[in-house]
Design a protein around this ligand. Sequence first.
Ligand code: NAD
Length: 479
Amino acid sequence: MVSETGHYIGGQWVHSGPLFQSENPSDSADPIGHFHAAGAEHVEAAVSAARGAFPDWSHSPLETRQSILDEIGAALCARADELGLLVAREEGKTLAEGRGEVFRAGQFFRYYAAEVLRPTGELVPSVRPGLQVEVTREPVGVVAMITPWNFPVAVAAWKIAPALAYGNCVILKPSEKTPAAACALAEIIAHSGLPEGVFGMVNGDGAGAGQALCASPGVDAVSFTGSVATGRAIARTATERMAKVQLEMGSKNALVVLGDADLDLAVQCAINGAYFGTGQKCTASSRLIIERAVYEPFLEKFMAEASQLRVGHALDPETQIGPVIDLQQLEKNLEYIDIGRAEGATLAMGGERLERPTSGYFMQPALFTGGTNDMRLNREEVFGPIACTLVADDYEHALAMANDTEFGLTAGIMTRSLSRAAHFKRHAEAGCVMVNLPTAGTDYHVPFGGRKQSSFGPREQGQYASEFYTICKTAYVNA
Ligand code: NAD
């Protein structure tokens, strides 16, 4: 149980507002804690504290920012075991995945701590004789961050770290499904020496705290990660008053397996992409597009290995696939099993709710075969451990199917052909392309984001994050 259960506003923990509960998806008899939901007054207090802190923080010495971010990063890395356990308990990912997430969050802070010391600007000759032009970047102001539950620490970290590094003030509104993980992150940030008001956090649901934050005139920019429907609603609210918006949303990623692929590696990558993290990743491979020549051997190996995956309590070290986040998501997954069947696909493996010693939301990873790319099963994001194979006649057919989607976050190809891989890298309509790798799993020092309905606005992560968290100024000097 984390001790802080309120909001973090103006450098203080504020314990008021109606209570809601966070539950353990592996065991409904193990509640994680109670948390206060923010009302409009909490949101406005956090915005006002952030606005008050912005003038000083935006001009703070680079080494101050560098050392604070470095300290947050070091604390997250040092406490990865302890906080990873909390993430696993609250989100349902395995212990290893939980630890990995918290450590990665620390790496984001360390990376941006170093970035603080690499400020850039341009000095450009003017077209007018005697003048010089300076192009500099300034922080945007107060940035609201609305985050999902599936990476409750890492997604928040990859937004907060660059925002602070470039001199912005931040208000985080984490998912109401994983408030304990967010509070643990906020607690670390609270002890980092950051001036009061520079970082704030309000808990609560999207319709309440989230909507109020996006609508607040004191918020200059909103960085959102979550579903497409919520992204659209946030964009409407924020752009109505001309706030800057960045949206990272869902997807329907394809992994293409060509006839010349290393089949063992292809199966490993397909299982990893489709089911690890319980399939609850925006980068998950839900469409497995297999060239006809290797379809049967691929399927045989895939089923043999995937049917052995150990589904269970997230804290059991033997577990490979943890529970689904909650009953609502489990019901949605099971509904898509029915939809897939009704559309004519064959449920070749799994797809049923599992009983375990504790009462949780366990589901056997599912594989559909015999599907087509126009089925709802293959067009809509399910966000669960459900994949469908699609048979391709050849590479061109596979590429066309991979691109035939309204989403475009990641796309993968398994092949030994350099020319096919090169062609796929150029022609896959996705923000991130993986060659002989799972569609999930990215680095922190390079841009991350998608195309089409998966993303809107500038990329996140690496130096590209400065596109969103800074604004250009062009100064003309008659020297
Ligand atoms: P969600 O859209 O339901 O919620 C995300 C956040 O938005 C939560 O904090 C929620 O409280 C808030 N919210 C909901 N309605 C709001 C509103 N009207 N105004 C302001 N805030 C509101 O998504 P989720 O179920 O938490 O997460 C799963 C989704 O996130 C999936 O679609 C997944 O693909 C996506 N995701 C994308 C990425 C990426 O980088 N592209 C990463 C992780 C997850």
